[in-house]
Design a protein around this ligand. Structure first.
Ligand code: RIB
Ligand code: CA
Length: 319
């Protein structure tokens, strides 16, 4: 059976790293390339971390394209101190895997996205798990992108939950104008995996021990990254179950190979770009009040058992 092609747009980051390893090692997936963008850390560190992670799991063949270094409009990136403490602590600047022995691609992320989709003969799923700056810019340069992408699977947003403010989730808040452009575009199929879902696919220290026992480069790195996330979340943003963490971005990749990992409902989604208290909020019209055609399959639940089983099954293998 043909492997499903995908491009991951990342701000690597500990959960991005798990998503990258899952996409690079799962036999049903073909990770065409990774594009990086300013988010958890400055873009050059995202690029370096992405190269480190791919090399660490034996996938030096997967290219990394560096993207935009700042949001489209908002002036205050890198993020204000108060928030950078959370992002900084959960991700850090440089991930704890060896330095890469290769360079990023010479072509920039936006050019790669535009030219790849302009010339694609196969279907390539687009999976942004970071602020949507690269995606919005590619759309502006190449509006036909919406017809060329068979499905866009976005990690971001929240209906009942915010993580960077009471109203907003980090990826959308990090570049609200870019997110507004992306959600207003008419992609053929749009799937959103917000915090409402990722906070239900919680991974524990016990799961990290099972990962570590597998004894592979990917399983050890995943145990390290996830264990660190649990420690920080317990300290500054405790989950419903103490001693656990969401691994947001990896849930999007998991959905590609096991759609039952998430449960979705179709709604219209828009993004607040004004509002002192609400900037960056995903406005999910759960009761069809806005009269606008729903354009997005929104995940409101996730199956932690299926998700963790997929991580264990995939990471026991080497490339
Ligand atoms: O809010 C979670 C998202 O923000 C994840 O993609 C994480 O990597 C950060 O980018
Ligand atoms: Ca991310």
């Amino acid at each position: 059976m043909a492997r499903r092609k995908l491009i991951l747009d990342v701000d690597t980051g500990t959960d991005d790293a798990v998503a990258i390893m899952l996409a690079a090692l799962h036999p049903a997936l073909d990770l065409v390339g990774c594009t990086t963008v300013n988010g958890n850390v400055e873009v050059q560190y995202c690029t370096d971390n992405t190269l480190r992670v791919l090399d660490h799991v034996g996938r030096k063949d997967i290219p990394v394209y560096e993207g935009l270094a700042r949001p489209l409009v908002r002036p205050d990136f890198p993020i204000p101190r108060a928030v950078s403490d959370l992002a900084g602590q959960i991700h850090g600047r440089t991930l704890g895997v060896p330095a890469s022995t290769r360079r990023k691609a010479d072509v920039g992320a936006v050019e790669f996205l535009v030219e790849t989709y302009r010339n694609a003969t196969d279907e390539i799923t687009l999976v942004p798990v970071a602020p949507l700056t690269n995606i919005a810019t590619a759309l502006t340069l190449y509006p036909k992108l919406v017809d060329r992408v068979p499905e866009i699977v976005i990690m971001g947003g929240g209906h009942e939950i915010g993580n960077v403010t009471p109203s907003a989730e980090f990826n959308i808040w990090g570049d609200p104008e870019a997110a507004a452009v992306v959600f207003a575009a008419k992609f053929r199929k749009m799937t959103l995996v917000p915090l409402d879902a990722t906070h239900r696919a919680l991974v524990s220290y016990g799961d990290c021990e099972k990962l570590r026992a597998l004894g592979t480069p990917a399983s050890g790195a995943a145990a390290d990254f996830i264990g660190h996330r649990i420690h920080v979340h317990d300290e500054i943003q405790r989950m419903a179950i103490a001693g656990t963490t969401p691994v947001h971005d990896a849930v999007c990749v998991g959905y590609l190979v096991d759609p039952k990992i998430i449960t979705t409902r179709r709604h219209h989604v828009a993004v607040e770009t004004g509002g002192t208290l609400t900037v960056g909020r995903t406005v999910i019209d759960t009761h069809f009040r806005g009269g606008q055609e729903p354009q997005c399959d929104v995940a409101f639940d996730a199956d932690a058992g299926r998700f963790i089983a997929l991580l264990l099954e995939t990471f026991k293998k080497r490339a």
